[in-house]
Design a protein around this ligand. Structure first.
Ligand code: SF4
Length: 234
């Protein structure tokens, strides 16, 4: 049975806190056109809403509208085709009009997705590695709030009960991440549900504890880190 729209009200209450103490949008925004945080810019990240989530939001806010690709934009058409049957693509009115209480589940969880191991266990939080060069959080995993990590795990446990096929979707995504990282000769950072942080060997899924403050930085954040006076970056 599909969850009622009120199910999303519960998930929203659960994941109401920010990912980090800092307003991370102020950290990455200066590096994007118009100062817009990357995950609030549909040119970088197209949000999707579960169909029941859309039904929950519809009568409550005009923040969201359904998104359809332009007829002459094959890349947008490809993105639209990738949206799973259970979800709809949607865009919000923009960061200046954000209503935090009506942020979607995907907005709240970004930049993380639930890592599902080969044996189908939900291990914790892995991240959308495609955003490593842009997302400040991915260069500062030590800043992720512990209450966010715990709420994320609870929220996705509930989501998997409501949408069992989502577990398979994220299991596949985790497998893709293992392939990509194995090719690159890298281990996968994991914010484990046990509260610790590990590196996953993508070939055999063995775990190695790591201090998240010592993980490498990426893109502009690596360059910032190398500046003699990092506080003077943008
Ligand atoms: S989650 Fe990442 S991309 Fe989104 S606002 Fe924070 S730093 Fe920027």
């Amino acid at each position: 049975m599909k969850p009622s729209p009120a199910f999303f009200a519960q998930l929203y209450r659960l994941l109401a806190m920010p990912v980090t103490e800092e307003d991370c949008g102020r950290k990455c925004g200066p590096y994007n056109e118009g100062g817009v945080p990357f995950c609030c810019d549909p040119r970088h990240a197209l949000p999707t809403l579960y169909r029941e989530e859309w039904a929950f939001l519809q009568p409550r806010t005009t923040l969201w509208r359904l998104w359809t690709p332009e007829a002459d934009d094959p890349e947008a058409a490809r993105l639209a085709q990738e949206v799973p049957e259970t979800q709809v693509p949607a865009v919000c009115r923009g960061v200046a009009f954000c209503q935090r209480e009506y942020r979607s589940l995907v907005c709240r969880a970004f930049p993380f997705f639930p890592y599902i191991g080969r044996e189908n266990a939900f291990w914790g939080l892995a991240y959308y590695w495609q955003f490593e060069d842009r997302c400040w959080v991915l260069s500062h995993l030590n800043r992720v709030r512990m209450d966010f990590r715990q709420a994320f795990v609870t929220a996705y446990e509930r989501l998997f009960t409501a949408y069992p096929q989502e577990r398979e979707t994220f299991r596949y995504h985790s497998q893709v991440m293992r392939r990509v990282f194995a090719r690159q000769g890298r281990d996968i950072p994991l914010l484990h549900r046990d509260g610790h942080t590990y590196l996953i060997n993508p070939r055999d899924e063995s775990l190695r504890p790591v201090d998240p403050a010592r993980l490498p930085k990426h893109g502009v954040y690596r360059l910032e880190d190398e500046l003699p006076f990092p506080d003077e970056a943008v």
